[in-house]
Design a protein around this ligand. Structure first.
Ligand SMILES: [Fe+2]
Length: 196
């Protein structure tokens, strides 16, 4: 009898919260002032163009974070096994994709400016345009006789989601999206913790 010991997995949490009342309308109003392709590696619109603090500007986003917070703490403590900390949202923005839009590859960490937990909440999402989380062992795996042709992009796994789903993952994990097949609106929220 043999078994596989999957020794060094990266925990990614998938949860679900039905969109709070008024959130869609509040974000849509912000996006009216934004322009396609104007921010970071987005081909669609992003409120990042206006600032990174939706959680301070939009009460409905603050409510969403309140609803997520128990799960964020559980993820920090029990799955990532980080030291006890006072966890706070440090940045937030919303991206809006229409047909064929995508987000280029990036992470939410940049040395001392990095965040510890990245999250994405899907305010509106049907099939397609999924986030792809990149494998940090890409370089090493390419020195092995992989069966699949992975092309030039960093090896990744798509994570299928629908409206109301959210993901939590370590802020250092690089990620990108597939091209949207429908309208897709997501809120990204970064969390940091002050160790206690
Ligand atoms: Fe991101």
């Amino acid at each position: 009898m043999s078994q596989i010991l999957n020794l060094f997995p990266i925990p990614v949490l998938k949860g679900h919260i039905d969109p709070p009342e008024g959130l869609f309308e509040a974000i849509a109003e912000k996006l009216e002032d934004c322009h396609k392709g104007k921010w970071a590696s987005e081909t669609g619109k992003s409120t990042g163009e206006l600032g990174m603090n939706l959680h301070q500007d939009v009460p409905e986003v603050s409510l969403l974070i309140d609803l997520m917070m128990d799960t964020v703490v559980e993820y920090w403590d029990n799955h990532l096994k980080y030291a006890p900390a006072q966890i706070e949202p440090m940045a937030s923005w919303s991206n809006w994709h229409t047909y064929n839009d995508f987000t280029g590859e990036h992470s939410h960490s940049n040395g001392r400016l990095g965040c510890h937990i990245a999250s994405v909440y899907y305010l509106q999402k049907d099939e397609g345009g999924d986030i792809c989380l990149c494998d940090p062992l890409d370089y090493l795996r390419r020195l092995t006789p992989l069966h699949k042709d992975n092309g030039d992009a960093i090896i990744s796994e798509p994570v299928p989601t629908r409206t109301g789903d959210f993901l939590l993952f370590p802020g250092w994990v690089r990620h990108r999206t597939n091209r949207a097949t429908n309208k897709r609106q997501a809120i990204s929220i970064n969390f940091n913790g002050n160790l206690v």
